[in-house]
Every structure is written in C-alpha cells, then in structure tokens.
Design a protein around this ligand. Sequence first.
Ligand SMILES: *Cc1c(COP(=O)(O)O)cnc(C)c1O
Length: 414
Amino acid sequence: MSVSAVWHPFTQHATEPAPPVVTRTDGAWIETDRGRLLDGISSWWVVTHGHRQPQIMAAIREASEVLDQVIFAGLTHEPAEKLAEALVEMAPGGLAHVFYSDSGSTAVEVALKMALGYWRHAGDGRHRIAVMEHSYHGDTIGTMSVGERGVFNAAYDPLMFGVEKLPFPTGDGQATLDAFETLARSGQMAALILEPLVLGAGGMLMYAPEVLRGLREICDRHDVLLIADEVMTGWGRTGRLWACDHAGIAPDILCTSKGLTGGAVPLAATLASERIFRAHYSTDRTRTFFHSSSYTANPIACAAALANVALWQAEPMQQRLDKLAALQAERLARFEGDARFENLRQCGTITALDLRVGQGGYLAEDGPRMRAHFMAEGVLLRPLGNTVYLLPPYCVTGEDLDLAYAAIDSYGRI
Ligand SMILES: *Cc1c(COP(=O)(O)O)cnc(C)c1O
C-alpha cells in the first residue's frame, strides 16, 4: 500500500484505508472525491453554525485585506480588543481578562499556569490539581497529565505529573462531592479542572448541573480555583451558550476554543477572574505571566470570532439550539427499549448511546467497523469505543439527522 507523506492524527496508517479527499464544505456537509458526507460530529466538535458560515467567511476575507499576524506583546489591535470585551460580557460573571492562544490544549495549559502562578504570587504553596475521572483536556504533556490515562498516553507516562482524581459522578454525584470535599480540606489543592456537564472524549459522559454547582461550592469553601474547560461544551453544544450556565455558576478560569470562531479557523482564549489577573499585576517583573504562542490573538481569527459573537447576538440562537435539541430527542427515542443499545443520553444538541457488544474501550473492534459502515452510508461519525454519538452543526436538518440515525440503526442490524 502506498503511504502518503501526511501523518494523520489518531490514525493507524497500517490498518486504515486511505482517506477520502475533501474538496468542499457547505453547511452540515462535506464533499469528497468519493461522494458527500453528513458531518455528524461537526468536524471534531469545532463547527457550530455550519461549515463556511457566510458572515464568518466574509469577516475573514475583510480582515485579511488589512491585517495579518502581528506580535501581541507590546502591540495590540482592534479585533482582539473588541473580542476580549465581548467575551467578558458573554462569559459567566466575574471573568474579567482574556488571554489568547491558538488551540484547546494551549488554552488549558495557560489555565494551569495561571492557577499555579496565582498561588505562588499569593505566597501559598498549593500546587496540586484535582481532575475528574475520564476527563480529556488535550494531547500536550500538561493536558494529558490532567486527563484520563490509558492506551493513548501510556508511552508518555514518565513525563506526566501526578494529579488527584475524583470519581466520575453517578447518581446524585455524592461520592464525587465527598471525595472532593476531603481533598479540598487538605489545603493542598490549587485547582480543580473539569469539563462541565459533558466529558467529550471520555465517551460523551454526562452529569447533572447540581453536581457542578456542588463542586463550585466546595471550591468556594476551601478556596480552590475552579477551571472550566468549555473547549467542547462552549458556544451552545449543551443547549446554552456555556455549560456552566446550566448550573448558574462561574469558574475562576474558563477555557474556550473549538466553537470560538464558529469552527472556521484556530483560536483559543483563557478567561480569568480579576483576582487571578491581580496576582500577576505588580511592579515586580517576576510576576509577569510568562506565556505566549506565536500566533496569539491572530487578527484574522479574532475577526472570525467577532463575526461568531455577532451571530450569537443577532440571531435567535437559543431558539435554534432548542429546536435542534428537540429534533435530536425525537430521533434518539427510536432506540428506547432497543436491546442492541444502552445508556441513551442527551445534553442539549449532543446525543449518545452505547452499542451493547464487544469489550468496550477505545480500541473496541467495533470502532473502525462502525466508522466504515457510517461512511458507506454517507455519514461522518467517529464512535468512541462502543459509544456512538451525534454532535452536529446547528444548521443540520431533521432529514439530515434521519440519515444519521438510520445509519446507526442499520449498523446495529449487521
Ligand atoms: C478538544 C478538546 C481539547 C483540546 O483542544 P485542541 O484544540 O485539540 O488542542 C481540550 N479540552 C476539551 C474538553 C476538548 O474537547
């Protein structure tokens, strides 16, 4: 088999067939040299409104007429300034400062560094990080350290730092809250990092807003910083702008990336509360926040994000999310009581269900077979182990979704 020069992500080149070549994207659809595919996973969770959303693409064109990358230390520009103001206004209360980077992983790395910097500058030796079982926060060494350990990162284990792990919340989540209360009481915990309400890569695992609120209360009682990784959940996925909005809570630090530009171009932001910014604000230059990405606050990406923000302000987004959630619920219901599937679940625009076969786990035999079947049916889906999920762009129609659910149904029959 001839192998291309490209080394693809999460791809076993020895066993996977050569991928289709994408020639065009449009709304919920991806055109390839082998036919059209419905993008059932928003191109790995980044595309929110739809591919090539017209206002966002226009903003990119316009911005590129006047600006490209400029150094962001010692210089600033209007797209970044305006976007920061808008993000502070739209984010849960108390998040007052915006630090730009270029991916979800960097947004999380920045968050962890801000948290540790905060405690150092506060003269407190806290440095332990609490995490939730089955979490995913990125693929860099630091973000892998705070994520679930397993086959993906076993080789890099010697490089990773230790963390305190909370059990994933089941039922009313009391066991998780109790475990965190005990940890938090130790006075050693610098921060708790979590994916609010939906653990994406961990298998679209969902927990109740009450648990999130309970964790926030424990953070407050014991002065532990809460880092909300909204990289996947932000920008409407859970049915509200932010997953934190369901619980009516604000984290001390919030990470956003994927949907920030509507999914058109890479950009990330880490939002921090005033006290975290103030801990770094000093005539003592050792307190500077020593971090930068080369492409920090890329003006074209900021312009795309501003167009995304404008859509959220001008369009009936909540109505659109509610409608998509209803379309999803109606279709997921066809699998109720179906012995082939279990754990049917939904959070806003996301649905998931587990195929009741095989040994489970990411390397489950069914994964690649399912993917191939869906592709043959014209639907792009990437099951996580035996978990099949739909996380579509918001422009998807009921008819489009019918195609995706029919493909899931027909897989269950072969
Ligand atoms: C995708 C994801 C990341 C990493 O984002 P990249 O842009 O791929 O680096 C971090 N956290 C969560 C919750 C994610 O879903």
